[in-house]
Design a protein around this ligand. Sequence first.
Ligand code: SF4
Length: 343
Amino acid sequence: MSNDIKSMTLQEIQDVIKSAGFEKYRAQQVYEWVYKKKAQHTDDFKNIPLKVREYLEANYDFFLPEILKMQESEIDGTKKLLLQLDEDTKIETVILNDEGRYTACISSQAGCGCGCAFCATGTLGLKRDLTAGEITGQFLRDEIEAGQPLDNVVFMGMGEPLLNTDNVFKAIKILSDPHGRGFSQKRITVSTVGIIPGIDALAEEGFKVNLAVSLITADPAERAKIVPMEKKYPIKDVIKAAKKYAMKAESRLTFEYVLMEGVNDSPEDAEILVELIRGTECRVNLIPYNKVSGKKFASGRREKVLNFQRILKEYRINALIRKEKGADIDAACGQLAAKEGKK
Ligand code: SF4
């Protein structure tokens, strides 16, 4: 895995190519074959001499993660892919189709150790962090399956991206490198449950990616029951760090609020949320909960969701109800992997 070419920056490829005695500019050609033409085999590298290709073939891995299973929604074209990374590791990635605009939902870890009570991935526990190449590999796989360039990428798949900053940050740098895929950081969103050192690290790196914080509920005591990270990183401090990052990066700050029947969907819950984020330049995504088998939570009723949105709007908070996607497939992240794991 350490020789996965997709884990390497252009500079790193240049260094190895040069130390193997070849011209440095060959690295740029390799980068283009991998990220622009999505070649998975050195035989395709037509403009690169055979001896360089043989060296690359002998020392580096160019393959993309293998698709074990794919589900496609007949309702809206959402595709969910179960990918095999190695013998023991399966992860999910989702391609959302919004009237011809494609968003890839990418995993950063196999499983997750955060243990959020409502989440299918959380039940798996953390298996391991993904490498940068497994993250860029998902991107390339998704772009091939979408059949056209992706419009957006969200780190909202399995895992907590800000607990795997080394690999997630490296993958962002590789994907946004203008010499390779050149994917704009403004079209990447990192979604976190609220890992403050990770948010600060995003700022230190000088990234321009958008940040989304999963609030789930705005009442800290209630939140701590559902999101264990609340005890380590209280939501008020998370919001402070997130605002600081968004201001520095001049990027969008979103709060994700998953509405669950009788848990966080009352008018009082909406008022608590208003108190928490009032005056913050942000957007709130209201997401009806996707039922996960074995979990006690249920999706918020439509009229309650609409009422919740109305209250936020009264306070001039930009609140959108996220369209449900892939309702006829295992849409909640981690469900497919959890099912396969049980098998
Ligand atoms: S919601 Fe996110 S952080 Fe929480 S357990 Fe699931 S994947 Fe992990």
